[in-house]
Design a protein around this ligand. Structure first.
Ligand code: NAD
Length: 421
């Protein structure tokens, strides 16, 4: 890629390196590669808001649309202090492979604002969310680019996005975002979808390596939407949750933690800190503790070349996007004792149920919870089987198998359509 590209930084570099490895495997000619991996377009906006003290603060926001070859783009919006255009672009690229692997009619997109949402009052958060969507109006739409929640955003933020877009259009356009509250046109089961999907795939990975879920142990990094739902669902399946962490604290107890009490504490206080003194643990050591299932469900690049050989888990279930660096991946490839469920497969439950929400919104015909969950599991099952089959037949890691299946779909569509989308 051109050295003056706006897409740079360690996270974009990760996405690019992963793509190059898969492109080598698929024998994609060099001249076709840039067209597949470089995002179609990006928008950077500044979002000024009035703070509660009367001052004005300006926040930088982004949206990147990776490709428009298979339909509208789709992807979350992240509110976090370190968001930049390179990170957002990488997340958009991963969304493309994820949607293609799951057979969804979307390209990948992602957006974000460089802000710590915890530093804003509710009024300031609403003002920032609305201002960001206002700036995005010419760039998004139910058939152009559909937003969803990601780290630091939630159903309430999606409701503000949807309302701002709708007021501009003069009518309610609920399909412009997914992950909305059910009361505002959302679907049953979207809030829980990513964590439930993670738990479903952990169960399938356990079957594959002949491991009993009941009585096994799990450690989860990140106790937000994805981490807390995965913890609750796995505990209900008999898994003992022995470690959890978030940005504020880490807890570890080999006898097991009370997930419902932890979730209630976070609901009341916004973070894990202050839950218990006895089980407090060093967050940097948490990933290295012995457990059956390790679930990074927070930020990127936490499994690195420094700790990959030290992991003591049987299943690494990537709830987060990009938790494992390519250098760590190379180490994990030589560790058949660890079954990796790669991010583009593992956390796809969110976008799959977002797709269901979009379809229901377009049709104004709503499904019940059993229908949503059955279809979610069926879609994940198809992807899981395809990944395992490709990994076995072509002697690939599960990540390379998943990525090559996704990239192949985009490649074929681009070859059929031509240069425009
Ligand atoms: P969230 O904002 O609900 O929760 C994030 C959690 O991570 C919080 O508990 C936060 O305290 C914790 N965290 C932040 N920095 C941390 C750190 N350095 N160490 C440990 N914990 C830290 O976000 P989420 O929606 O649960 O997203 C988590 C991950 O899952 C992200 O990588 C996101 O891209 C990915 N993901 C989310 C969805 C979804 O539907 N929400 C779908 C697919 C993938």
């Amino acid at each position: 890629m051109n050295a003056s590209s706006i897409y740079s930084g360690p996270v974009f570099e990760m996405a690019r390196q992963q793509f190059e490895a898969v492109a080598d495997h698929l024998d994609i000619p060099t001249h076709e590669r840039a067209r597949i991996v470089i995002p179609k377009r990006a928008l950077a906006v500044s979002c000024p808001i009035h703070r509660d003290d009367g001052s004005v603060a300006v926040f930088q926001g982004y949206r990147v649309q990776h490709h428009l070859t298979l339909g509208p783009t789709k992807g979350g919006t992240r509110f976090a202090p370190n968001v930049d255009v390179g990170e957002v672009a990488a997340l958009a690229v991963w969304m493309s492979w994820k949607c293609a692997l799951a057979g969804l009619p979307y390209g990948g997109a992602k957006g974000g604002i460089a802000v710590d949402p915890r530093s804003l009052s509710r009024r300031e958060l609403e003002a920032l969310s609305r201002r960001y969507m206002q700036e995005m109006i010419p760039f998004v739409g139910p058939h152009t680019d559909v937003m969803a929640p990601d780290m630091g955003t939630n159903e309430q933020v999606m409701a503000w996005f949807m309302d701002t877009y709708s007021m501009y259009q003069g009518q309610t356009v609920s399909e412009v975002v997914t992950g909305k509250p059910v009361e505002s046109g959302g679907t049953i089961g979207r809030r829980e979808a990513t964590g439930r999907g993670v738990a479903y795939l952990v169960g399938r990975a356990a079957d594959t390596i002949n491991l009993q879920l009941n009585g096994s142990t799990a450690i989860i990094q990140g106790f937000g939407n994805v981490g807390s739902v995965a913890a609750t669902t796995l505990q209900a399946a008999g898994v003992n949750i022995i470690g959890v962490s978030d940005h504020s604290a880490a807890y570890f107890d080999r006898r097991g933690l009370d997930v419902a009490a932890l979730a209630e504490h976070v609901r009341k206080t916004g973070a894990l800190a202050g839950y218990s003194r006895e089980a407090l643990f060093d967050a940097s050591d948490l990933l290295l503790q012995e457990c059956t299932i390790l679930i990074p469900a927070a930020v990127e690049r936490v499994v690195t070349e420094k700790n990959a050989s030290l992991l003591k888990c049987r299943i690494l279930a990537e709830g987060a996007n990009g938790p494992t660096t390519p250098q760590a991946d190379a180490i994990l490839r030589d560790r058949p004792d660890v079954f990796v469920i790669p991010d583009v497969l593992c956390n796809a439950g969110g976008v799959i149920v977002s797709y269901f929400e979009w379809v229901q919104g377009l049709q104004q015909l709503f499904w019940n919870e059993t229908e949503v969950n059955d279809r979610l599991n069926r879609t994940l099952e198809r992807s899981f089987q395809a990944v395992c089959k490709r990994a076995t037949q072509q002697r690939l890691s599960t990540r390379d198998a998943a990525l090559s299946l996704g990239v192949e779909v985009v490649l074929k569509a681009k070859r059929m359509r031509g240069l425009f989308p």
